[in-house]
Design a binder for this molecule. Structure first.
Ligand code: FAD
Length: 478
C-alpha cells in the first residue's frame, strides 16, 4: 500500500485490520460506536481542505477515558496503527489516516466535568466543541481564552493537541499558558493524569506540555482543565482601510499604544484575501476598496470608556493619514458581520479551486514581503490568487496561492522556496497550524537537528511501536 495522493510515502509494517479485531472492538464498545460501513467511514478519511485522503475501514467512537485506554492497549498489543480525530478542521492533514489507520474519534466525549466560577477553571472532556464550551461558560460570565474561525466544529482536544492560536492570542496568550492540566492516554493504554487545575504548580516536569501541540503523536488527550477569563462587558470592532503595508504596521504600533489593555485582536488582510470572502461567499464589504484592511477589536469592562478610546485612536490615525477610512461597530450583529469577513476568508479561498496554504511566523519588518516576491515568481496565467491575511499582532501570516486545479509545477515553484525564505528570516514554517502530514519534510527549517533527535527519543519512549498517528509531525528518517 502507498498513499493515493503521496506516492512516495510507504505504509509502516503495521497489522491489517481483520474480523477478529472488529469483533474485539465490539467487545469494548457497543456495536453502533464501531463504524465499519464504508459510506459512514468515508467522511473520516478526508481532511477539511480535501487534500489528504486515507483508506481506513473503521471508526471507533469512545465516550470515556477507560474506553480509549482499552482500545489503545489492544491496538498496541496487535500492532494496529491509529489516527486520533477531533473536529477534523486541521489544515495540515494530521487528523485523517494516511493509509488504513484505525480512526479514534472523540466526538462523543463531550461532557463538562466541572466549572469553578471563582477561579474560572473549566474541566471537560476532549470532544467538547469550542463554541459550545464558550456558550456554556458565558452563562457564568466567562469566556474561552481562544477563538478561531472553526469554532463551530473544532474540539477542545483538537485545539490542545494542535496548540491552536487564533484571533485572541494577542490578548489571552498561547494555550500553553491557559491549559492548566490534561488527562491523556499513552499508546499502551496507560492513563496519564496531569489534570491539575491549579494556576501555579511547579512540582517537577510540566508533563502537560508533552500533549499540548504534539498532534496526537504522543497520546490521546481525554480531558482538559482550562482557565477561562471573565467575558468583557463591552466589545468594539473597527474595520479599517489602508494604502500600504507600512501603514498597517504603523497602525498596529499605534493600536498597542493607544488601546493598551483593551486591545483583544489585531488582524490584517489584503484586498485579494478579503475578496475571497466578499466575492466567493457574497459578503458585503463595510468600506470602500483599499490595498489593505485591518480588523481591530477591543474588549473591556466599561463601554463608554472603551468606545471613546477606540474612536480617539481612529480619529488620530485618520488625521495622520495612516488609516484612509474606517468604521466602528459596537452592536453584536454588526460585530459578527465584520468578523465574518475575516473568518470567511479560509472558506472563501476553497471556492477558487485548489489552495496552497502556508502559515508562517515572521518578524514584523518582513511580514508581507513574501507576497510581492511570489507575485514575481509565479506566472500570472497559472495562478488565480496570491494573497495574505492573518494575525498581524502575533507576526503570523497566512499566505495563500490558489489555482483552479492542483498543479504540480506551481507547487514546485512555491515549495521549498517559501520555507527557505521563512527560515532565512528566522521565522517559523508553521506558526499555529502544526506540522501534521503535509509539513514533515520541512520541519527542519524551524527545528535544529538536536531538537529533532530529542523529539524522536521522546516519541520512542512514549510510543515504542509508533502506532499513534504515524507519518505525522516527525520527518520520515526518524
Ligand atoms: P482535528 O483537525 O481533528 O485534529 C488536529 C490534530 O490533532 C490531528 O493531528 C489529530 O490527530 C490531533 N487530535 C485531535 N484530537 C485529539 C485528541 N483528543 N488527542 C490527541 N490528538 C488529537 N488554527 C489555528 O491555530 N488558528 C486559527 O485561527 C485557525 N483558524 C481556522 C479557520 C478555519 C475556517 C479552519 C477550517 C481551521 C482553522 N484552524 C486554525 C485550524 C484548526 O481549526 C485547528 O488546528 C484546530 O485546533 C483543530 O481542532 P480539531 O478538533 O478540528 O482537530
Amino acid at each position: 500500500l502507498t498513499s493515493i495522493r503521496y506516492p512516495g510515502v510507504q505504509r509502516g509494517s503495521y497489522a491489517q485490520l481483520s474480523e477478529k479485531h472488529v469483533q474485539h472492538f465490539r467487545s469494548i464498545l457497543p456495536s453502533e460506536r464501531v463504524v465499519t460501513d464504508a459510506d459512514d467511514v468515508a467522511a473520516y478519511n478526508v481532511d477539511w481542505l480535501r487534500m489528504v485522503r486515507g483508506a481506513s475501514q473503521i471508526v471507533l467512537k469512545p465516550k470515556t477515558t477507560e474506553e480509549i485506554s482499552a482500545i489503545l492497549k489492544y491496538c498496541n498489543a496487535e500492532n494496529l496503527a491509529v489516527c486520533p480525530q477531533g473536529g477534523n478542521t486541521g489544515l495540515v492533514g494530521g487528523s485523517v489516516p494516511v493509509f488504513d489507520e484505525v480512526v479514534i474519534s472523540t466526538s462523543l466525549m463531550n461532557s463538562i466535568v466541572s466549572l469553578d466560577e471563582l477561579s474560572g477553571v473549566l474541566v471537560c472532556q476532549a470532544g467538547c466543541i469550542l463554541e459550545n464550551l464558550d456558550s456554556y461558560v458565558s452563562q457564568y460570565g466567562l469566556m474561552m481564552p481562544l477563538d478561531l474561525g472553526a469554532k463551530g466544529t473544532c474540539q477542545i482536544g483538537g485545539n490542545v493537541s494542535t496548540n491552536a492560536g487564533g484571533i485572541r492570542l494577542i490578548r489571552y496568550g498561547s494555550l500553553q499558558g491557559s491549559v492548566l492540566g490534561v488527562e491523556a492516554v499513552k499508546a499502551d493504554g496507560e492513563v496519564i493524569d496531569c489534570l491539575s487545575s491549579l494556576k501555579k504548580d511547579n512540582t517537577g516536569y510540566h508533563l502537560k506540555h508533552l500533549f499540548i501541540g504534539s498532534e496526537g503523536t504522543l497520546g490521546i488527550v481525554t480531558k482538559v482543565a482550562i482557565q477561562c477569563p471573565p467575558s468583557p462587558k463591552a466589545v468594539n470592532v473597527a474595520f479599517l482601510g489602508l494604502n500600504t503595508f507600512d501603514d498597517v504596521l504603523q497602525t498596529f504600533k499605534e493600536a498597542k499604544r493607544g488601546l493598551g489593555e483593551i486591545l483583544s485582536s489585531c488582524e490584517m488582510m489584503d484586498l485579494l484575501a478579503l475578496d475571497a470572502a466578499t466575492s466567493n461567499l457574497k459578503l458585503q464589504r463595510p468600506i470602500g476598496e483599499f490595498p489593505f484592511y485591518m480588523l481591530i477589536e477591543t474588549s473591556g469592562s466599561n463601554g463608554t470608556h472603551d468606545e471613546e478610546k477606540l474612536t480617539n485612536f481612529l480619529e488620530s490615525s485618520m488625521a495622520s493619514g495612516i488609516v484612509r477610512d474606517g468604521t466602528v461597530a459596537s452592536e453584536p450583529s454588526r460585530i459578527k458581520s465584520m468578523w465574518k469577513l475575516r473568518e470567511g476568508i479560509t472558506e472563501g479561498l476553497l471556492h477558487d479551486g485548489y489552495v496552497y496554504k502556508y502559515d508562517i511566523s515572521l518578524p514584523h519588518s518582513s511580514f508581507y514581503a513574501i507576497i510581492p516576491e511570489l507575485k514575481t515568481r509565479l506566472p500570472a496565467e497559472k495562478v488565480g490568487r496570491i494573497c495574505g491575511y492573518g494575525h498581524v499582532g502575533d507576526g503570523n501570516l497566512h499566505l495563500n496561492v490558489t489555482t483552479r486545479k492542483f498543479d504540480a509545477a506551481v507547487l514546485k515553484m512555491i515549495e521549498p522556496f517559501v520555507f527557505e525564505w521563512t527560515s532565512k528570516l528566522k521565522g517559523s514554517v508553521s506558526a499555529e497550524h502544526g506540522i501534521g502530514f503535509k509539513k514533515t519534510q520541512y520541519i527542519h527549517f524551524s527545528k535544529s537537528q538536536s531538537s529533532l533527535n530529542l523529539m524522536a527519543n521522546i516519541k520512542k519512549l512514549m510510543d515504542p511501536k509508533g502506532i499513534l498517528n504515524p507519518y505525522k509531525v516527525l520527518p520520515a528518517q526518524h
